[in-house]
Design a binder for this molecule. Structure first.
Ligand code: ADP
Ligand code: MG
Length: 688
């Protein structure tokens, strides 16, 4: 989501405008998802390295920070208010010059032999460090600067990214103005944006980094909270016709009675809670969470049947096109028997088909339409949209809000999520949402046997894979990256590309395909479809398959570099297998380097209880070490992490509430940029 709506210029400025970035590098940046200047400025390092020694720090491009000793007399020039001071300094064993602009008072401090920490840019040609910050406090001298490490691709080394970021900061830094009004910054002691971004990428020390992150994360979270709460407020005061509770109950019962199985007790409770909400005057906003396969969809369809019976229409938003197609098939089967008319809107449809769906929605012939989040963008009109079901909407409701804004403000919302989060966290994030959790799974689920092996035991895993393939089953092979990182080696650091190449030989004779997020959605869907139909035996994939179609015949999964995935992701991935009649096997190949990673692997081996896993996940998330994490239950931010930064989220929530309830936010010019960032989504016509 676009969290920085108020510096639109930089979002529209091509990266090639950054000195040192040509078309080639632009293409490589695009593969990291960076396609404009703002994207690069907010591309946060995922960890930092301590500078090995001050001398090494000079080799870094961009901002650097070293401890130096003044080694000779200064050359001072003063004219009017301006000044320059040249100081010969020694850094480690090396002599260089430090240049200070407009800090004339320093001439009294920089006596020969004095130790100082200087931060700035080192120009090797001139052997000069242009100082932006100078300090001689003891703790400053003890600290070493931190060097940023970014996620990169094979053809883009970290050092190149560092220099591009530094260049972008130099060139565009002056254009960065603050969305946060001065008063708010003062109250929470937040640095100006430009300084914070400088320190986020090239922190002088750990404390400077902490403050920089806090500043940036606060702004991200505040905009998020303003958006969420603003939306809630906007919905609060609708008046809508009441649905008959009788009709609702009869509709649900008719649906449940023709199911081939009885609802579990949890499902039944969830359904009753929803039915009660649907009859209220106020629109519902409920989160229904529970493990993959616990039967959320069945409950959601019961709610749909109820609403249709009471005279409303339903929109069902699935996370991907192929899931929407699968869902349509299932909904037609189950709801059709209960007398509902269901259709879908998809990418591959002909104009005629789509128009037919559109007109039947508009005249009320159709009860329910199924599609992806793109449903919101379609030129669809509903005769009486009453319920929006949002299944695994990773983007935390962007699509849902758009849907309600454009197709019906009064509709009830039921969000489905397979990544349970604690109720208190859900309330902090969503505001006044209601939460229902399904804990028990339907009877008869087979556990997935899970083992953790070392990367050098890959042969054991492949033997298992071969065995299952020869029995006519299918396999998933998961790797953490699309491209491999030249700075890391070993089986664990595998990219899907190299894995796919290797497996083409290892598993010769079987049909193997590769699937990852950088591929066009059409291709992904086609490959998934082929896998689902058994035309592909082995699917080499990134976590893209985490949310996916059900392929009951796939009963074995090997996860490479499993220490790099978060628990929620591992659990979701494992949920892809064990959906059929055959026993399922999951092998985690991992060489964990931290206690947290080891704990995650143990948890995976020990339990399949999604709720327990989700709880442990929240407790053991090691900052920055998890790769490609997509917490389906949590919103995504450029820099902030809603769990690690929960305190900041709570502060942002309170400030947002205060702002929205007062007049200042709506009236005063200093809030203009925040207002614009929040209101911008009301003007967007494409989905973002
Ligand atoms: P979720 O959406 O939570 O992942 P689904 O609703 O898709 O789960 O259910 C997973 C599978 O279990 C489906 O095949 C569904 O038909 C089946 N199922 C759902 N509820 C029950 C139940 N109470 N008893 C037996 N099978 C069930
Ligand atoms: Mg489901």
């Amino acid at each position: 989501m676009n969290m920085h709506g108020a510096y639109p210029d930089l979002f529209q400025t091509d990266v090639t405008r950054i000195p040192g970035v040509g078309p080639k590098r632009a293409v490589r940046l695009a593969r990291l998802g960076i396609d404009n200047v703002a994207g690069l400025l907010f591309y946060a390092p995922f960890r930092y390295e301590e500078t090995a020694s001050s001398v090494d720090a000079l080799a870094a491009e961009g901002q650097t920070s070293v401890v130096a000793v003044v080694s000779g007399p200064l050359t001072v020039r003063l004219w009017g208010k301006r000044s320059t001071i040249y100081a010969p300094v020694r850094v480690g064993g090396r002599e260089l010059r430090a240049l200070f602009f407009n800090q004339p008072y320093l001439r009294h401090q920089l006596s020969v032999g004095r130790q100082v920490r200087i931060t700035g840019r080192y120009d090797p040609k001139a052997n000069t460090l242009v100082v932006s910050r100078c300090d001689w406090r003891r703790d400053e001298l003890a600290n070493t600067g931190l060097i940023p490490v970014y996620h990169v691709t094979e053809d883009l080394p970290v050092s190149a990214l560092r220099s591009m970021v530094a260049s972008a900061l130099r060139t565009f830094g002056p254009q960065l103005s603050d969305d946060l009004p001065g008063g708010l910054r003062e109250r929470f002691k937040l640095a100006p944006l430009r300084a914070a971004l400088d320190q986020l990428h090239f922190p002088a020390d750990a404390e400077a980094l902490r403050q920089a992150r806090r500043r940036i994360v606060f702004e991200e979270f505040l905009k998020f909270q303003l958006r969420m709460q603003g939306f809630r407020k906007w919905r609060q005061n609708v008046s809508r016709p009441l649905l008959h509770e009788d009709a609702l109950r009869r509709g649900a019962r008719a649906f449940v009675e023709q199911l081939p199985f009885p609802l579990t007790r949890d499902q039944d409770n969830a359904m009753n809670a929803i039915l009660a909400d649907l009859a209220q005057e106020r629109p519902m906003h409920r989160l229904l969470q529970g493990d993959v396969g616990c039967g959320k969809t069945a409950v959601a369809l019961a709610a749909a049947a109820a609403v249709a019976r009471a005279g409303g229409q339903i929109a069902y938003m699935a996370p991907t096109g192929i899931l929407a197609a699968q869902q349509l098939e299932e909904a037609r089967r189950l709801l059709g028997a209960a007398g509902l008319r269901v259709d879908g809107v998809f990418g591959g449809q002909s104009t005629a088909q789509r128009q037919s769906v559109a007109s039947q929605l508009a005249d009320g012939t159709l009860d329910m339409v199924i599609g992806t989040h793109a449903l919101a963008a379609q030129a669809l009109q509903f005769a009486r949209l009453r319920l929006v079901i949002a299944d695994e909407q990773h983007r935390f409701g962007v699509g849902v809000r758009k849907m309600l804004r454009e197709k019906g403000r009064e509709a009830d919302v039921l969000q489905l999520s397979a990544t349970p989060i604690p109720r208190t966290l859900a309330l902090t994030l969503h505001g006044d949402i209601k939460v229902t959790t399904i804990r028990e799974s339907p009877p008869g689920r087979k556990p997935v046997r899970t083992q953790w092996l070392r990367p050098n035991e890959e042969a054991v895993a492949l033997k298992l894979v071969r065995r299952e393939l020869s029995r006519g089953h299918q396999a998933f092979l998961i790797a953490p990256r699309i491209d491999s990182d030249p700075e890391e080696a070993g089986v664990g650091a595998q990219s899907v590309r190299t894995l796919h190449e290797r497996m083409t030989e290892e598993l010769a004779g079987w049909r193997i395909a590769l699937i990852h997020g950088a591929m066009p959605e059409m291709d992904r869907d086609r490959i998934m479809q082929m896998f689902a139909q058994g035309e592909i035996h082995v699917l080499v994939a990134t976590t893209i398959v985490e949310v996916g179609v059900s392929v009951p015949n796939a009963n074995v999964m090997v996860v490479y570099g499993a220490e790099r995935f978060g628990l929620a992701t591992l659990h979701q991935l494992r949920g892809r297998i064990g959906r059929g009649v055959a026993a399922a096997e999951c092998v985690l190949l991992a060489d964990p380097k931290t206690a947290a990673a080891t704990a995650r692997l143990r948890t995976m081996v020990d339990t399949q209880d999604g709720f327990l896993i989700a709880q442990r996940d929240l407790m053991t998330r090691g900052p920055g070490e998890i790769l490609g994490e997509r917490q389906s239950g949590l919103p995504q931010f450029a820099v902030g992490d809603p769990i690690r930064d929960l305190k900041i989220m709570e502060a942002a929530r309170d400030v947002a509430r205060e702002l929205l309830d007062g007049d200042d936010f709506w009236l005063l010019p200093e809030y203009g940029r925040l207002r614009a960032a929040v209101l911008s989504e009301y003007d967007q016509h494409s989905d973002s």
